[in-house]
Design a protein around this ligand. Structure first.
Ligand SMILES: C[S@@+](CC[C@H](N)C(=O)[O-])C[C@H]1O[C@@H](n2cnc3c(N)ncnc32)[C@H](O)[C@@H]1O
Length: 374
């Protein structure tokens, strides 16, 4: 029996796009998909076999369907497709998805499943992470380092870094994660400092590697302030998107991403990098409500510079922090290759030119410049 709730407001009819049926509509993945469709203006119709479904209120349009095990399910779906003009079906339930995939040809050959098998969908991120880890192990990067390499961490540990790292949205791609996995085992002990952390993607990777290779504690320095997001990029493409970000929310996201991994080895300073350097040298401590109080060595083993990319800011980061990097430590300048400007490249090249006698190894991987200090 079709029971179209709120059909007067059916966005399908208003937009002209055919609605997607979400069945069953209350699963977390269904609600994620609903949100995505709402953002993109794709009309949807929620559906389930429950007499009372708590998720019904979230949907502008709703239809009841019997359980797929009921003999009248196929006829009820056939009727719903025609009467509601359904253009496709989304199902995150593996049993329902398999059933629908098989039966849809007979029910209505014009309507397809819009999502891949939920099993593949759920596992694909893990499979990709395992493949990336295998690549790191099978094709190790030849690092011309004077520091003896520590034994590589296991394939499982590396896959974990890719998997959890890629759950966090951010600007650290797999090439960079691979390179960080490599340099970490050629690193001495000391603090791992990141300038510019945003939602915490590269901070997570660094903190995890610092833990696995017993390098030291991780300190993230970021003002999380909209004034500091202005990059003055060529063409203004980056700056034109600033308004959509809420910096307090970004810090909250960073905390949500990093807090589960904190065992008194991760903290942050909410301030610009130059102020952070003064604080670091004076206190060797970061204290925040969320991460507690963390003491640092005061000497840096890995410095990751990924703050504001204007030349002035990138140079200020380099000037303020590179002096703390110990012999055998690494300086990583992100976006050394950057399509929107050359601030990090200019600052990195100047550093190389002035300090070539202090650098034992330097290479570019992905978009970042990696330098090891003598
Ligand atoms: C490209 S994002 C960082 C991306 C991050 N590392 C990741 O993995 O996704 C740049 C960050 O630099 C921060 N930032 C801007 N100016 C800064 C400054 N003076 N000192 C430290 N961080 C700064 C911004 O707030 C922003 O979070």
């Amino acid at each position: 029996m079709i029971n179209q709730g709120n059909s007067m407001d059916n966005p399908a009819k208003q937009s002209g796009l055919k609605p997607i049926l979400i069945f069953p509509a209350g699963m977390p993945r269904s609600l994620d998909f609903l949100e995505k469709c709402q953002r993109e203006g794709q009309p949807v119709i929620g559906s389930s076999s429950l007499a009372y479904d708590v998720s019904k209120d979230k949907y502008a349009a709703w239809t009841f369907l019997p359980y797929i095990t009921e003999p009248d399910f196929n006829d009820a779906l056939k009727l719903a497709i025609v009467s509601l003009g359904i253009g496709g079906i989304f199902s995150p339930n593996p049993v329902a998805w398999n059933y629908l995939k098989r039966e849809l040809k007979g029910i209505n050959p014009d309507v397809q499943m819009v999502n891949d098998s939920p099993v593949n969908d759920e596992l694909s991120g893990y499979r990709v992470a395992s493949a990336r880890a295998k690549k790191v192990i099978d094709s190790p990067l030849f690092v011309a380092s004077d520091i003896a390499s520590k034994p590589l961490i296991s394939a499982l540990e590396i896959a974990t870094i890719f998997r959890h790292g890629n759950v966090i949205s951010g600007m650290c791609d797999d090439e960079k994660i691979s390179a960080l996995c490599e340099i970490a085992r050629f690193s001495v002990a000391g603090d791992v400092v990141e300038i510019g952390s945003w939602w915490g993607k590269s901070a997570f990777v660094l903190a995890r590697l610092a833990h696995c290779y017993q390098i030291g504690k991780t300190l993230c320095v970021d003002p999380w302030s909209s004034a500091h997001l202005v990059q003055n990029d060529e063409g203004g493409l980056v700056d034109s998107g600033i308004a959509q970000y809420d910096c307090d929310e970004a810090l909250r996201v960073f905390e949500m991403n990093l807090l589960p991994y904190n065992a008194n080895n991760i903290n942050y300073l909410r301030m610009p990098s130059t102020e952070g350097a003064t604080h670091y040298v004076k206190t060797k401590n970061a204290t925040t409500e969320s991460f507690g109080s963390t003491d640092y060595a005061g000497q840096i083993a890995i410095l990751h510079i990924d703050g504001n990319h204007s030349y002035e800011a990138a140079k200020a980061d380099v000037d303020a922090w590179t002096g703390f990097v110990v012999s055998g430590g690494w300086i990583v300048i992100d976006d050394y290759v950057w399509p929107y400007g050359d601030g990090p490249k200019k600052a990195g090249d100047e550093y190389l030119l002035q300090n070539y006698h202090r650098i034992s190894s330097a290479f570019v991987m992905g978009t970042a410049l990696f330098m090891q200090v003598v």
